[in-house]
Design a protein around this ligand. Sequence first.
Ligand code: SF4
Length: 311
Amino acid sequence: MLTALWMQCGACGGDTMSLLGMESPHLPALLDELQVELLWHPSLSNGSPAYYQNLISDLRRGRRPLDLLLVEGFVSTGPEGSGAFDTFKGEAKADILTELAARAGVVLAVGTCASFGGIGKLSEIDAVGLQFHHQQPGGLLGRQFRSTRGWPVINIPGCPVHPTVLKDVLYAACEETAPPLNAFQAPEDWFGVLVHQGCTRNEYHEYRVEDDDFGGPGCMFFHLGCRGPLTYSPCNKILWNNRNSKTNAGTPCFGCTHPDFPQEHPFFHTPSIIDIPLELPDGVDRAHYLAYKGMAAAAAPERLVKRTSKV
Ligand code: SF4
């Protein structure tokens, strides 16, 4: 039987909601199938505070094995590196986590906050992710950190994490199969694809048929702040609740899996110069993009311009 501990730091609980919303199999069946004993989860466990305190103490001292450490939320290291903004029984969670991670077989950063610091950047509490601070490697545990199995922290970004991706990574972790990771230590199978790829509005993007208000079928990149062409995430590959995604439903992608999430400028708005977005699709050259989009808009078929194509 493998052991797992879910630790919550600076979090809204959204990743827990994803965990609870898991289906085919649902969470209890998955744990049963993978032979995982969930030692503690703040929303699922009913042990007393004393039980939890003893459990943490045993795990930190190696008196009990810890196979999977799952962390939700950013880690606060402030003020002045003390971690005192977020404590458990008077001890900085940053310190507790560092000790637990050193004993864990696998460490999973569940969600963008645990992976990169996420929304913690909006506060003054010196928030970091487990092994990254936004795009900068390091974070709480440092660039060189490896779990007892020799793995770096596996980042599973998302605000919240996609339940299917979390489930998939759990399978890999329990089968001791290290998933190939991208430059930000997120599984390449899920985070090697752009939100833009698979979006039903792609043809509109191609011909620069754009919407400047909600409710239309056009592309939302040029006016409404869609970050699909800049964001690596499987939202349009596996969909949510097996049926939808933000862009399918007419909401721009907010880029919630990106290490720099949340962005500096307001959502639902695309900063641009002379009507060309400041941030272009990942890897695209500005001069070529300008020429290509100008020609594409001139060649746009009538059915797209008149919005008679179904999306
Ligand atoms: S709406 Fe967003 S994801 Fe969809 S085609 Fe346009 S830019 Fe790409």
